[in-house]
Design a protein around this ligand. Structure first.
Ligand SMILES: [Zn+2]
Length: 480
């Protein structure tokens, strides 16, 4: 970790800039732009980079809302990853403790990416200012990564080679807890199965019809049986994206279903997806229809870097707890009252919260916001979700932390996340994350030994599992 004076000066820079960045996060919350449409959000982030002396490249890897800001000179190159996309159908007022859409079917920041993108930016800019003020070498980059939600923006950026000269990447995610995010997320592959049949009058010429909707239903039944025989910890989910129309008296000539296939390793996900494909072909054969399998997107499972995670953890210990006040706690308590006891307990289990570093006590979710620090035992644990940070972790040592922006019990992709997205507690968590990331970035600049250690760990792990980008060359982000 940086020496006390350096850490203090970094924290002073961050605290001085914090109001502008909470404002930035709030504006991005209001825009609530969906994947690859984050035009106003990316404009604001780019503007902030430029105002702070960063040079900016836009339109990265074929994505208009992807960009890279750079400051400084020479090695090492430290990357901070930012996200800023919202979720469809998640419109919700902030500061209330009940579901209240601002506009029906509108979008909302249901994963807190307004905080994520702004907090990472605060980390990048404060580190750049510190390097400048202390005449330290090193390049700070901010990667503006669009479309994390079902778009795998980072995977496209990795495929385009824009991380090639990066020495380490750091990022964070809002959460109910404070601590290193040492998880081994699942690899994911997403495909559309588009069935084509023959339309016919459903009563007087049904024998001439070939139902694409039947095929979708049979495929789903087949995959539900397949679940019994897939490896542990895999996940398969589907959504019918086209049921073939609203007329029950017409045999459906077209129908489509989207599948997400997740597994601990990409090789397992590919093998499982092949079995799902076979089920789809079987359903087509049974119904006399044709099936077209359309690749949508993919993200690779994370390659944890324990060296970097340990460095973040040490900084989180030095920084201390998030300074929540009574008002923060009161609002979080109201949000927490919307969860069942089981949801709160499950949150503690999901984040593998055992002992608190500061109090040395067991964390049980009895406080509405996490005032402590999750213990880091130097190992990663299973988590069923997926993230395109995984692909970045395959090309450069990468680590992440959580910051307690949400009441304990909050799950991502819920109205409660949107409702808490502009709270003072969430702002404090964002600033806290920026401090942890900037301090770790400074560690990497000032301690070549730490960086060498992180790289050696990464090289050893990647040799065991060589990386192949899971998105084929002919797939472009715009096509999604
Ligand atoms: Zn997210």
């Amino acid at each position: 970790m940086p020496d006390t004076a350096a850490l203090r000066s970094l924290i002073e820079i961050i605290d001085a800039m914090a109001p502008d960045f909470t404002d930035l996060s709030d504006r991005i919350w209001e825009f609530a732009e969906l994947k690859f449409q984050e035009v106003r959000s990316s404009d604001l982030l780019v503007e902030t980079l430029k105002q702070n002396g960063f040079s900016v490249r836009r339109d990265i890897a074929g994505m208009k809302t992807a960009f890279i800001g750079e400051y400084g000179r020479g090695k090492p190159v430290i990357a901070f990853l930012g996200e800023y996309d919202a979720l469809a159908g998640m419109s919700q007022r902030s500061g209330v403790d009940r579901p209240m859409a601002m506009e029906p079917d509108g979008s909302g920041h249901g994963c807190g990416h307004n905080l994520l993108g702004s907090g990472s930016l605060l980390a990048a800019i404060s580190l750049a200012k510190h390097l400048e003020a202390n005449d330290l070498p090193g390049t700070v980059r901010y990667y503006g990564c669009p479309g994390e939600e079902g778009g795998s923006g980072k995977t496209f950026m990795v495929r385009a080679g824009v991380f090639a000269d990066v020495d380490a990447a750091l990022t964070w995610h809002p959460a109910p807890f404070n601590g290193v995010r040492s998880t081994n997320n699942l690899a994911v592959l997403e495909y559309y199965y588009r069935f084509k049949g023959v339309a016919a009058h459903a009563a007087n010429a049904a024998h001439l019809g070939r139902s694409a909707l039947d095929a979708v239903e049979l495929m789903n039944v087949g995959v539900n049986f397949l679940r019994e025989h897939m490896p542990q910890d895999c996940r398969v989910h589907y959504a019918i994206t086209d049921a073939g129309g609203r007329a029950a008296n017409v045999v459906q000539a077209k129908a489509e279903v989207l599948y997400l296939v997740r597994a601990p390793e990409m090789s397992q996900a590919l093998a499982l997806a092949e079995r799902v494909d076979q089920v789809a072909r079987g359903a087509a054969m049974m119904t006399g229809t044709d099936v077209e399998i359309i690749f949508d997107t993919a993200a690779t499972n994370l390659l944890p870097n324990l060296t970097l995670e340990n460095a973040i953890h040490n900084n989180l210990v030095s920084i201390g707890p998030v300074p929540f006040d009574d008002a923060d706690m009161d609002f979080a308590r109201k949000i927490q009252a919307t969860f069942t006891d089981e949801a709160i307990k499950s949150s503690v289990r999901l984040y593998q919260i055992k002992k608190d570093v500061f109090s040395n006590e067991k964390i049980d979710g009895s406080t509405p916001l996490h005032l402590g620090l999750r213990d880091f035992e130097g190992q990663s644990h299973f988590r069923a979700g997926s993230t395109d940070v995984g692909d970045v972790s395959r090309v450069t040592p990468t680590a992440q932390c959580w910051a307690p922006a949400w009441a304990i019990g909050t799950n991502p992709h819920t109205w409660q996340v949107v409702a808490q997205g502009r709270s003072t507690g969430a702002h404090k968590a964002m600033i806290h994350a920026a401090k942890a990331l900037a301090a770790t970035g400074l560690d990497l600049v000032t301690s070549p030994q730490l960086l060498a250690h992180a790289k050696a760990e990464w090289v050893e792990k990647i040799q065991e599992e060589p990386y192949v980008c899971p998105i084929p060359d002919h797939i472009s982000p715009a096509a999604q």
